[in-house]
Design a protein around this ligand. Structure first.
Ligand SMILES: NC(=O)C1=CN([C@@H]2O[C@H](COP(=O)(O)OP(=O)(O)OC[C@H]3O[C@@H](n4cnc5c(N)ncnc54)[C@H](O)[C@@H]3O)[C@@H](O)[C@H]2O)C=CC1
Ligand SMILES: O=C([O-])CC(=O)C(=O)O
Length: 345
């Protein structure tokens, strides 16, 4: 099962700022939403972004873009509302970040969002395969475990799949693990880096505390609770928001951190390593979150699972079973013979 293991050298890659200027055109799909708005704000503040296209089906999206456009940074912001403007919004984008779709309410699993969000992702990728097939795609929409396979299948059908350039954004799992370990061990969370592998839902989220840097010792009687806290952190927020959505601000931070690292790597910065859920052959499942080295063409190297202990191996086995089902569900959906509303002919 874990035969194809490559040992990772994990370095934290989270600093937002860089003095280098470059010209990236970024499109946010779902830009008017709870994640989309603060994410667009953070991208507007990023000096690597020179064009920011904000797309959403919400009619007030040009208002969000207008609001952002008054911020005193050099990038140009444009708003696009409605599916008929999707192609223009995506046209020749370098990076596309996708938080479009419905969030959870208390009592729902991420998989319960499949019925609403699978077609949202399918439509966006049918259009992207024409408008910006060479972009780097960062998928936030849940269920991530199934949405990334949908995206890849759609691109594959259009003969435009480059698996090095399609990412499920699992950064929030790492951000949370870093924060919780920092709190528990009395370390600044900014200094902590905990790889999180597997997928992005419940038991498929596998934090590797044994590989945390700096090295931390989690007391044996606290390990289960800490692992579950990371696995259930999304639900913790859903419950706390009591029917008013799921994580938005921490996700906007995480999405902006991931997009920034993608752009740093595109610019040629070496040793940019982030965990992400990608098409991979590092385990028995076809999509898997693990540390990946980013480069000028997207994924330069998948660092795989690496060394894990017995406890983590058991977590991983459970995760793989669930992941297999989630992936198949996405693949089957994408290959149903029907075009989504609004997709280009
Ligand atoms: N990957 C991760 O770690 C996380 C993922 N999420 C997921 O992100 C997604 C968005 O969450 P929120 O921003 O809180 O939801 P939200 O409801 O506040 O915003 C979603 C936005 O998507 C737009 N939208 C819906 N259908 C669309 C379509 N077909 N095309 C373009 N835009 C469309 C809506 O108009 C809305 O503005 C959810 O699926 C949620 O589960 C949320 C947190 C973390
Ligand atoms: O829990 C949710 O529905 C949103 C999400 O993916 C997260 O916060 O990790």
């Amino acid at each position: 099962m874990l035969s194809r293991i490559v040992r990772p050298t994990l370095t934290a890659a989270r600093n937002f700022s860089t003095s280098q200027q470059n010209n990236y055109k970024v499109t946010v799909c779902g830009a008017a939403g709870g994640i989309g708005q603060p994410l667009s704000l953070l991208l507007k503040l990023n000096p690597l972004v020179t064009e920011l296209n904000c797309y959403d089906i919400a009619p007030f999206t040009p208002g969000v873009a207008c609001d952002l456009s008054h911020i005193e940074t050099a990038s140009k912001v444009k708003g696009f509302a409605g599916q008929e403007s999707l192609k223009d919004a995506l046209n020749s984008a370098d990076v596309v970040v996708i938080p479009a779709g419905v969030p959870r309410k208390p009592g729902m699993t991420r998989d319960d969002l499949f019925g609403s969000n699978a077609s949202v992702v399918k439509t966006i990728f049918e259009c992207a395969s024409v408008a910006c097939p060479d972009a780097i795609f960062c998928i936030i929409t849940n269920p991530v475990n199934s949405c990334v396979p949908i995206a890849c299948e759609v691109l594959k059908k259009a003969n435009k799949l480059n698996p090095r350039r399609v990412f499920g954004v699992s950064t929030l799992d790492i951000v949370r693990a870093n924060t919780f370990v920092g709190e528990m061990c009395g370390v600044n969370p900014k200094e902590v880096n905990v790889p999180v592998i597997g997928g992005h839902s419940g038991i498929t989220i596998v934090p590797l505390f044994s590989r945390a840097t700096p090295k931390v010792t989690i007391p044996a009687d606290k390990l289960d609770a800490l692992t579950k806290r990371v696995q259930e952190a999304g639900t913790e927020v859903v419950k706390a928001k009591a029917g008013h959505g799921s994580a938005t601000l921490s996700m906007a931070y995480s999405g902006a951190r991931f997009a920034n690292n993608v752009m740093r790597a595109l610019m040629g910065e070496p040793d940019v390593i982030e965990c992400a859920y990608v098409m991979a052959d590092v385990t028995d499942v076809d999509y898997f979150a693990s540390p990946v080295k980013l480069g000028k063409c997207g994924i330069e190297q998948n660092c795989g699972v690496g060394d894990i202990n017995e406890y983590e191996t058991k977590l991983l086995c459970d995760a793989l079973e669930q992941l297999k089902r989630d992936i198949q569900k996405g693949v089957d959906f994408a290959n149903q013979d029907q075009k989504c509303k609004g997709a280009p002919e």
